[in-house]
Design a protein around this ligand. Structure first.
Ligand code: PMP
Ligand code: GLU
Length: 377
């Protein structure tokens, strides 16, 4: 028998559907896979070369569980300069993707029954991770009619003694919206007054198509109540390298490094040197390309009369469908060989998520097929 704890949670729907689409493609089917959010660019050459150099030099031993000092120092400097903060390398922990940074944060902060407030549509892994860490979840819904912006009043109304943290994600997966500065400022004030943590997942912070992006670090002072999550998967097309990080108070970072020392020992050493190089690599050509793709998909879907909120960041478009979203995705895959993720996976039925992290040629073909599908219903 597997444990009750594991029986309670589903497998990651995005990973499952991505694997399914990839298996069909391997079998020779002409499937266009717009499920998982994975940039299609190769990892930039200087990063790959740096990794090869360190591999050849034999830098293949365990490192400090928190990550190599140079990388923690580099991250502290980069984020510190960007947000005008004094960050020590001891506040940084390098993790096996941002996913592990999040899991470590929940493990480090939650006692049994502690509650975390999340916003729906909610990225597939947040709730399972919180449950695995022994916490409970309180879901605050956001609505298309309000541009999927969260409401501070609602958060305030839901705070209870057991609320340990509020988890935010901007730019957001799956909606693509960025949260407004006023909301973030209000949340920081509230966290101080009511004594909870803000865990801010900003993995899409470099893929932004508006001038209005605000980080939680723009509106907070220190890290007493903040756990900041980021990584290299999306910014530098390094999904398979598994490189993420967390920045927090030294106290929380020390707790996280304890967990890490017992679970993974450390992160792949060569990948850490690659990430150190990535800190110097400009990704603006990727951002420009994503922006062109975003504009292209937005125009096409608008012409089809589909309803959505225009994404301001990340590489997802979350749109309304008629009827059951799960059936919609199943039939679209069966009949037109286009794979999307149903909104139900994000606790938002009635919508579906399209990832535009693929070429304009493939997106053109996918949108032609989606248009045919919509017209045939
Ligand atoms: N947060 C969000 C919102 C994501 O979409 C992802 C997707 N991979 C992650 C975290 C984790 O990214 P990774 O572990 O590849 O750094
Ligand atoms: N985060 C991406 C997504 O939402 C990749 C898959 C995953 O990590 O779950 O599709």
């Amino acid at each position: 028998m597997v444990s009750r704890r594991i029986s309670e949670i589903p497998i990651s729907k995005t990973m499952e559907l991505d694997a399914k689409a990839k298996a069909l493609i391997k079998k020779g089917e002409d499937v266009i896979n717009l499920t998982a959010g994975e940039p299609d660019f190769p990892t930039p050459e200087p990063i790959v070369e740096e990794a090869m150099k360190f591999l050849q030099k034999g830098e293949v031993k365990y490192t400090d569980p928190r990550g190599i000092y140079e990388l923690r120092e580099g991250i502290a400097k980069r984020i510190g300069e960007r947000y005008k903060k004094d960050i020590s390398p001891d506040q940084v922990v390098v993790t096996n993707g941002a996913k592990q940074a999040l899991f470590n944060a929940f493990m480090a902060l939650l006692d049994p029954g502690d509650e975390v407030i999340v916003f729906s549509p909610v990225w597939v892994s947040y709730i399972p991770q919180i449950i695995l860490a022994g916490g409970t979840v309180n879901v605050v819904e956001t609505f298309m009619s309000k541009n999927f912006q969260p409401s501070l009043e609602e958060v305030e109304g839901l705070l209870v003694g057991k609320t340990k943290a509020v988890l935010i994600n901007s730019p957001n997966n799956p909606t693509g919206v960025v949260y407004r500065r006023e909301f973030l400022e209000g949340l920081v004030r509230l966290a101080k007054k009511r004594n909870f943590y803000i865990i801010s997942d900003e993995v899409y912070d470099s893929l932004v198509y508006t001038d209005e992006f605000t980080s939680i670090l723009d509106v907070s002072e220190g890290f007493d109540r903040i756990v900041y999550i980021n990584g290299f998967s999306k910014s530098h097309s390094m999904t398979g390298w598994r490189l993420g990080y967390l920045i927090s108070s030294e106290k929380v970072a020390t707790a996280v490094s304890k967990i890490q020392s017992h679970t993974t020992s450390c992160i792949n050493t060569v990948a850490q040197y690659a990430a150190l190089k990535a800190l110097e690599v400009d990704n603006s050509y990727m951002v420009q390309t994503f922006k062109e793709r975003k504009n292209f998909v937005v125009e096409r879907l608008k012409k089809m009369g589909v309803k959505f909120v225009e994404p301001e960041g990340a590489f997802y478009l979350f749109f309304k469908v008629r009827g059951d979203d799960v059936k919609f995705c199943e039939r679209l895959l069966e009949e037109k060989k286009v794979a999307l993720v149903p909104g139900s996976a994000f606790l938002k039925p009635g919508l579906v998520r399209l990832s535009f992290a693929t070429s304009i040629e493939r997106l053109t073909e996918a949108l032609d097929r989606i248009e045919d599908f919509l017209n045939s219903r």
